[in-house]
Design a binder for this molecule. Structure first.
Ligand code: ATP
Ligand code: MG
Length: 355
């Protein structure tokens, strides 16, 4: 078994809503957007785990919590640092627990030291690169920040990365600015920048959604190639199950801040268990008319509730078709939030139908 790079335990990220004067005078309790509301997951070395789910379900917020860009309200993020980083931790009085450190508790210098090993690729290659930096400086900057190498070795590394992402000959790209590249080329630069520090974990948030369909596969291949080269784990965020199927080892399906189903990609897509996953899978465009008819009706109803007023009991209940069809489980669905139930074969599903 490859070792786990990160273990997220019961992560909550709640954003407080602003209170008006009337709320304060009436002593109404503070209300929260419960963007991430109890997520547990882990990623092994080299593993690509997809986080799928519809807009607003908390995918980006989960990724940002891993990167330390938002504060965890509750829960732990246990990260296994490289030996080099582990040594820095210990020298600074942070003791590791079985080789893991809870990064939600780190601040300042140590938190920044962790950032060297957890990188990100964003959705929009137009806004993620600084327009005033040349490609050379864009790639060199992370090395400078983390005081890696001298000018000569850094330039060598920059060239190497440009070649790895197929921006060749590298010398033709070094002095260009982002506006002198195509969208696909910019995303290659963003990927090179994320991998130049040889991170242990990369959070890739919809990295191909804004790209032309014709180049998506190339960019996905590129991510896999770099994953292989550096043994990096990738948390791949997407709302597109077809992309997930292409790139992921496992899929975690999120709904309103929680994971409702997780398991090996093929199993989840071929035989989805949770009523929400079934609805997502049914929405994948199906080119074969013979298969199309069985997906005639999309088994979901209503709209996503707000993350401020999460329904009691099972949070998916108001939209759940199975709830209507299975009166025997209804009382449970109304009262208790289903935990992730182990279905064997690495699959877990949060639905009372399987209890
Ligand atoms: N900084 C913030 N302050 C307040 N609310 C926020 C903040 N960031 C995110 N949210 C809210 O948290 C919820 C989850 O947002 P998030 O961006 O994680 O969703 P997502 O799954 O990435 O959606 P999409 O697929 O549209 O990118 C949303 O309701 C969003 O409005
Ligand atoms: Mg998002």
């Amino acid at each position: 078994m490859p070792e786990e790079v990160v273990q997220v335990e019961d992560l909550h990220v709640w954003f407080p809503l602003r209170r008006g004067l009337a709320d304060i005078l009436r002593r109404r309790p503070r209300r929260y957007v419960r963007a991430v509301d109890g997520v547990s997951l882990s990623l092994a070395e080299r593993e690509v785990l997809c986080l799928v789910g519809e807009s607003g379900c908390g995918k980006t917020t989960t990724g940002r919590a891993l990167l330390g860009l938002v504060k965890a309200t509750r829960g732990r993020i246990l990260f296994k640092p490289s030996p080099r980083l582990a040594k820095i931790m210990e020298e600074n009085g942070v003791s590791l627990e079985n080789g893991y450190v809870d990064i939600t508790r780190l601040r300042g210098r140590l938190r920044r030291a962790v950032r060297r090993e957890i990188q990100m690729v964003q959705q929009d290659p137009y806004s993620s690169l600084n327009p005033r930096y040349t490609i050379r400086y864009t790639l060199e900057e992370p090395l400078i920040i983390h005081r890696i190498g001298d000018e000569e070795t850094r330039l060598k590394k920059v060239r190497e990365m440009l070649e790895a992402v197929k921006l060749v000959p590298a010398d033709d790209f070094l002095d260009r600015y982002p506006h002198q590249l195509s969208g696909g080329q910019r995303q290659r630069v963003a990927i090179a920048r994320a991998f130049i520090l040889e991170p242990r974990l990369v959070v890739a948030d919809e990295p191909v959604s804004m790209l032309d369909v014709s180049i998506r596969a190339e960019i996905l291949e590129l991510l896999l190639k770099l994953r292989n080269r550096y043994n990096t784990a990738i948390l791949f965020i997407t709302h597109d199950l077809a992309v997930a199927r292409y790139i992921c080892d496992r899929i975690a399906v999120m709904y309103l801040g929680r994971i409702v189903e997780i398991g090996p990609t093929d199993k989840v897509i071929e035989e989805p268990l949770h009523p929400y996953t079934r609805a997502l899978v049914a929405a994948i465009p199906e080119p074969d008319p013979a298969n199309r008819k069985k997906l005639r009706t999309i088994p979901i109803k209503g709209e996503v509730p707000s993350a401020v007023n999460i329904p009691a009991g099972c949070r998916f209940r108001p939209r759940c078709v199975a709830y209507d069809r299975h009166p025997e489980v209804r009382p449970r669905c109304e009262k208790e939030e289903p935990p992730l139930i182990d279905m064997g074969g690495g699959r877990r599903v949060a639905c009372w139908l399987y209890a």
